[in-house]
Design a protein. Sequence first.
Lengths: 431, 465
Amino acid sequence: MTVTAATTGAPAPSPEHPHLAVPPRNFKTPIVLSVLALLTFVVFGLLGDASDVTFRLSDANDAVPLAPLVVPSQLFCIVLGVLSLLLTAFAYVQAVRRRGVPLWVSLVVGAFFVVALFASVGAGNSVPVVFILTGAIGLSTAVIFGSLAGVIGERVGVANIAIEGQLLAGAFVSAVVASVTDSLFLGLIAAMIGGALVSMVLAVFSLRYVVDQIVVGVVLNVLVIGLTNFFYSAVLADNAETFNFPGTLPYLPIPLLSDIPVLGPVLFNQRITTYVMFLLVPTVWFVLFKTRWGLRIRAVGEHPLAADTVGINVNRTRFWTVTIAGTIAGFGGAALTLGSVGAFVREMSAGQGFIALAAVILGRWNPWLAAVAALLFGFSRNFRIWAGQIGSPIPADLIAMTPYVVTLIAVSVLVGRAVAPAAVGKPYIKE
Amino acid sequence: MTTDSSIKAQPRANQLLAEVLKGSVLRTVLAILLAFVVGSLLIIFTNERVIASAGYFFGRPGDLLSAAATAVGQAYSALFRGSIYNYNSSTLEGAIRPLTETLRFSAPLIAGGLGVALSFRVGMFNIGAQGQLLVGAGFAAFASYQLHLPYGIHLIVALLFGFVGAGFWAAIVGLLKAYTGAHEVIVTIMLNYIAISLITYLMRTPVLHPPDGSNNPITIAPDPSAVLPKILGDAFDLHLGFVLALVAVAIYWWLMERSTIGFRLRMVGINPDAARTAGINVNRVYIIAMIASGLFIGLAAGNQALGRGGSFTPSIDSGIGFDSITVALLGGSRALGVLGAGLLFGAMKAGGPAMQAADVAPEVLGVVQGLIVLFIAAPPLIRTIFHLPGRPGRGGSPRPTRKPGAPVMDPLPAVVDDAAVGADAAPTHAASSTASATSSAGGHGSPGGDPSGTASGITGEGANR
């Protein structure tokens, strides 16, 4: 069963079985890394701006003020570029020796690239680190919830294209219920129910009526967009104070922890929706990979016939697992309204459900990696906002394009074939 | 599942008749009807007069009912006036103008729907019509004012640019799927976003942007020689695009039902492994299919870019990309089905403003569209609701119309199901029991007994991820 360990790559041929075929050398990762490293070294370094860049690590009113970090942009990028090139060389060596490239190498090279990007764009300016990180988390909250729902769904063998609809349903229902009942808590509960209902429709149609899951997902998105648009313009728009004025969840700073420099304001001064997200990522991972229930879920997603043989009710497991995934996505929808702007706006999920879907695949069906991938999208969106504010020479539209290009490359080059749970998208029909 | 190959395929005429009587046509009509009923309920429950009269329902129940009837009547009569025939108009031109508007709106939907439908038939899910349309529109716009050619030739060249743009954007999907195994759903979604950013960027640069110094993304208006000519005189906006869409329907029908390429495309769609075994280069078929799909969407792009004769912004897509998917699903990926679905959705687009004027939120039509496709996609559901015959299997349990390993796409494997389910069900229902199976495809699919049953272990969709 392919689970998590796909990242380490192929092992070296074992000495006791010399007759076994050696795995082919795989240069995909090193090639991608060398592109990143060269960009860091040449574009941001050699061709970069020589002026200073200021990394602002804390605000003036923070408990523990940190001095801003001032470095010459060009030199800094050259150093990062050289380090990236060294790591890339190591990756090539690993590939020649038919070993996998460790994940940390890719992550470090990627991180260096991002830091160099900030240092280069922010040359002669300052980089507000806390603002950028907080904004990134804020912008990716809904995507992370959606990607967790996607991971759970695909692990149990149901392709969930309807994440977009679940987010939107959650956002709509939470705003309306919280406005009408005047209770943000009830709004959150309602969001979960809303997401679950969309999931249940998906489950009923794909499991009971065996309609193609992608088709149902796409149609459900159309349906939820249509329904929310209709109710928005028929009811909400004219009676905003009654139906669309829920307010926002308060920030809940955690004592002491929120005073830690940089990390404190980023991680420990957030809304309840964000804290739930922080807890949910490890929880989903634990449930999927460390519990009996998770094993059943994965068994159903990988080999439903085998799961059925040992007495697991495949379709019932799928139904309830997908429903739970829907509650998670619905909750993520509430993060868009109650956890952010405090009102429902037409089609406010704006494709984030599709981004979540990409994060699922980019994250190789692993909750941790999917969350990281989702964070990457939020990060790049926030980067675009910041770059627009300081008047970056790089056109904003091209920056906006970057995460999608990265995903495209990653999906086609790095992820490759046959990583998904084997039975995704296939209905199971008992003979 | 048992497969009894002794049951022969019925003569085509019988199948067609059975289908009309019990099968997909009736079911489609019922699905549309049901969707409009649900839409009526939405209109009723949000109507102010209905809500007001609900307060004294037990005192005068008639008020509520009449208010509800009025609300629904006004909404749908407005839709009719806006999309088919405006009986309030004093002139003939004004009266039939809505119909021409419906045809105008349906042209890009038909073309785009054909493109998406073609990918469905090959077992690929092209969600990227939006991006392909944008790139095609950008290309067409570029040719429409940067090149200065004589009348006739200019229009053809501009349309060709649209084909090239959309075909190129779609070809990326096919190439990535063929050579890296990347799943086309994710690739097309990403390419949609990339196309939006890219075209928006180009609309800010001199490539597409007029030299007026502003930074708003917009194109230059096309030369008059590159605009699709109006076909009913200046009183109507209907232009050549609709005729081209009809031509595209004919080409699509010939391509998919009669040509060798189409046979290969369908074969891969039904079972890529069997096709590979039979010597078809499946990867090449994926690439060809995506390019062909992009070419049809390129017609929708040309229609959008050259149809109105004005400049346009990145919102030129106006939802056609995604509507194409629903059109293709509703049309069962068949030429005539897509034509009908495109006309229906075009009518809804044309009728929206009239509904708005009648104080009904036209967004209800979005719900109706979604519901229609949802109902169509689940034949057993409609059968259950209306107690239609033709449900295969035992007892009351709606037996699924698909085998475990059958290909995943719904509109495609109907052919497979036809053979398989037909064997299960009573012979009289053989043809009617599946969604969109029609005679000609069944004729190709069934002679080998059960083409999917034997090699059904691994299918393309999941394994290629």
